[in-house]
Design a protein around this ligand. Structure first.
Ligand code: ITT
Length: 189
């Protein structure tokens, strides 16, 4: 089956491609010729995931799923959460976002946090939602050259390395996105 993954984020696409079996033909927004910035005006990850999936269904009429992900820090009452992509402001990059977070958490004793992914699937005129969560903590400095986004400052529970220091295969096995995608794949099976 052909399934659109409604993302412009190449790193997300690479992670998900590594998990999806070959009988599912995964195509990206670029593959279907969609270069629009889909407005993410929702107040929750679920709402934003649904907005992105609905945009593709309404404009392209194709089966589709979308991922909205946030990093939620306990000491900051769940910040940056739904604003994770633009935490340091519009036009800023992942490094700026991490710097802002590290500054806000400077010397804070409670560094616990979790990543959450919401996946909205639109299939055969029905809508489904899947989620994945990974618990961990925010390190005091950036470490590792792999991964993307906040990976260099997030250490998953039970590991002594950040997501940016562990292989993609390991991240995919334990991560918010990996867990949510496994639920999606179980459902499609
Ligand atoms: P799409 O909306 O096109 O899918 P995006 O990058 O805008 O891509 P989100 O709206 O879900 O994605 O924003 C979440 C931000 O959180 C994203 O820009 C990353 O900086 C960060 N992020 C998402 N997944 C992550 C992961 O697995 N590890 C580290 N940071 C992640």
């Amino acid at each position: 089956m052909k399934l659109v993954f409604a993302t412009h984020n190449k790193n997300k696409l690479d992670e998900v491609k590594a998990l999806v079996p070959s009988h599912i033909e995964l195509v990206s927004l670029t593959d279907i010729g969609c270069f629009d910035e889909i407005p993410e005006t929702g107040s929750t990850l679920e709402e934003n995931a649904q907005l992105k999936a609905d945009y593709v269904t309404e404009n392209y009429g194709l089966p589709c799923f979308a991922d909205d992900t946030g990093l939620l820090v306990d000491a900051l009452n769940g910040e940056p959460g739904v604003f994770s992509a633009r935490y340091a402001g519009e036009g800023k990059n992942a490094d700026d976002n991490m710097n802002k977070l590290l500054t806000k958490l400077k010397d804070h004793p409670n560094r616990s946090a979790h990543f959450k992914t919401a996946i909205a699937l639109n299939l055969n005129e029905k809508k489904y939602m899947f989620e994945g969560i990974v618990e961990g903590h925010i390190t005091s400095q950036k470490t590792g050259g792999g991964g993307f986004g906040y990976d260099p400052i997030f250490q998953p529970k039970g590991y002594k390395k950040t997501f940016a220091e562990i292989p993609l295969e390991t991240k995919n096995r334990i991560s918010h996105r990996g867990l949510a995608i496994q639920k999606l794949l179980d459902f499609l099976r």
